[in-house]
Design a protein around this ligand. Structure first.
Ligand code: FPP
Length: 252
């Protein structure tokens, strides 16, 4: 199936009401597989369809950044078969879809420690980043071997190095300057965080970037999450009143 074969109805939500950055914790593949009396790998494969759907729709809707949590630093504790299946799916995704992503001007960014991945996955990810580095359309961030605390500690270490090597002054550090040391440097903060399967946790995902995010916890398991479900989440976001710690201007 071609990644961008279907077209999204762009008229349902005014552009200014859409989030700039959507992050998704694609949870429930294991439970979905269990329901179908199959191994977890079967659930992860089934989860590729909604991956395609949210990428296509986000791109059609001109959402600036879509971040998908594909593999956490904690996921190494799963069985070797499951880890292999996930790494295989990631490679397959790039082999099959990279040309279409480039055609659509999608910029791939990997969040996480690529160097801790098996060589094949690492090479595929470096290649995808390189081939899309001049793309100016949607940012598609894949969090792979990612943990937010690790990301923050790494940023602090990189900043400390620059203090020593470039003479930066700790007292002058700002939130903006610090965020440029994160994997998400230059990207907007998360506006909408979606976690499927009814679980209501952040699981070490984009802790710094989620400071003012709106949350949505659809109960569907990830492989069952449809384009309609995604549109519902976006509509619910569009109707929220975001105050960022301030007060409503209307005086209510
Ligand atoms: C959580 O479900 C899901 C994952 C650990 C992996 C999700 C990865 C994919 C859908 C493939 C991603 C590929 C690309 C290219 C983005 P779980 O297994 O923890 O579910 P459970 O809680 O029901 O066991």
């Amino acid at each position: 199936m071609k990644l961008f074969a279907k077209k999204t109805d762009e008229t349902q939500i005014p552009q200014e009401k859409l989030p700039k950055h959507v992050a998704i914790i694609m949870d429930g593949n294991g439970r979905w597989a269990k329901k179908h009396k199959a191994q977890a790998a079967f659930g992860h494969r089934a989860g590729m369809e909604p991956v395609h759907t949210v990428i296509r729709m986000s791109n059609d809707l001109h959402i600036n950044t879509l971040s998908l949590y594909a593999f956490s630093t904690e996921n190494w504790t799963r069985s070797p078969e499951e880890v292999d299946a996930l790494m295989g799916l990631l490679c397959e995704f790039f082999f099959k879809d990279i040309d279409e992503l480039i055609e659509k001007n999608v910029h791939i960014r990997v969040l996480g420690d690529k160097d801790g991945l098996p060589k094949r996955s690492r090479d595929v990810l470096y290649d995808a980043e390189k081939r899309t580095e001049s793309c100016t359309g949607m940012n598609l961030c894949l969090a792979i071997n990612y943990g937010s605390r690790q990301e923050i500690v790494r940023a602090a270490a990189l900043y400390a190095r620059d203090c020593v090597e470039k003479g930066l002054k700790p007292a002058e550090l700002t939130e903006k300057a610090f965020s440029d040391y994160l994997y998400t440097a230059g990207l907007p903060d998360v506006d909408l965080m979606i976690r499927t399967s009814g679980e209501m946790r952040l699981s070490n995902f984009l802790l710094f970037q989620n400071a003012y995010a709106e949350f949505d916890f659809p109960v569907k398991l990830w492989p069952d999450f449809s384009g309609e479900d995604y549109m519902e989440a976006l509509k619910a976001y569009a109707s929220r009143d975001r105050r960022f710690g301030g007060r409503k201007k209307s005086g209510s």
